[in-house]
Design a protein around this ligand. Structure first.
Ligand code: 13P
Length: 250
């Protein structure tokens, strides 16, 4: 069975609530494509107005982050029940920016993946190597270690339902996209790793995105690769071009 493509925007720390609603109004008519799942992962403060703005459309709302407790004395944090109540379906976990700037390690990310599933949120789990690891050809081992650690204790059924995003750090926000062959190589490797950890059925079901300077010009080539099931898009998700990425097959 063919996997359904999933194109997600990661807005990062961009868009005030007012700007977020305006961007939704611009993008709504442009991101209609029955063949593709479309997700807007937005800053916490934008979730409520964005959920309202996209009501009744094909757009699902995602969060960029959450904390592993349901409630309590965790100043500044936001919980899974809060996200669910606001209409959130997906949550990004393990983005390289959170690993690097906020010190999130694999043990914590594994706890987040577990909490997301326990709560009913679908994780978009990010992995990817630095330029230095790519240059010394250590990227495959690194990514496999990330995947194994982050999915520790996660069931086959859960993995089959989640999304994994391969985001080489050297390609994020740099304009330097991985070639479609480089992206395919790693996405296929991740699928292989899932087959080894679980079984081929699970590996065939899990959706694996590519992220890193994906844009309207390179999306079709990347998405034509057999193991690339979608994109996690930063900069280009904030522009009308996002509609062209979603409609890469039209
Ligand atoms: P850019 O598309 O801006 O390179 O960002 C990719 C990314 O980090 C998505 O999560």
């Amino acid at each position: 069975m063919a996997r359904r493509k999933i194109i997600a925007g990661n807005w990062k720390m961009n868009m005030t609530p007012t700007e977020a609603v305006a961007l939704c109004e611009t993008l709504k008519p442009l991101v209609v494509n029955d063949d593709v799942d479309v997700v807007f992962c937005v800053p916490a403060i934008d979730i409520v107005p964005v959920a309202k703005a996209v009501e009744g459309t094909n757009i699902a709302v995602g969060a960029e982050n959450f904390y592993i407790e349901d409630k309590g004395a965790y100043t500044g944090e936001i919980s899974a029940p809060m996200l669910l109540d606001a209409g959130v379906k997906y949550v990004i976990i393990g983005h390289s920016e959170r690993r690097e700037y906020f010190g999130e390690d694999d043990a914590f990310l594994n706890a987040k993946v577990k909490k997301a599933f326990a709560s009913g949120l679908t994780p978009i789990l990010c992995c990817g190597e630095s330029k230095e690891l790519r240059e010394r050809n250590a990227y495959k081992d690194w990514i496999n270690l990330q995947i194994k650690a982050d999915l520790d204790g996660i069931t086959a059924e859960q993995v089959a339902s989640m999304v994994i995003a391969y985001e080489p750090i050297w390609a994020i926000g740099t304009g330097l996209t991985a070639t479609s062959d480089q992206a395919q190589e790693v996405c296929a490797m991740i699928r292989n790793t899932i087959a080894e950890m679980y079984d081929t059925d699970t590996a065939e079901k899990v959706r694996i995105q590519y992220g890193g300077s994906m844009n309207a010009g390179n999306a079709a080539e990347l998405l034509a690769k057999p193991d690339i099931d979608g994109g996690l898009i930063g900069g280009a998700a904030l522009k009308p071009d996002f509609g062209k990425i979603v409609n890469y097959n039209k």
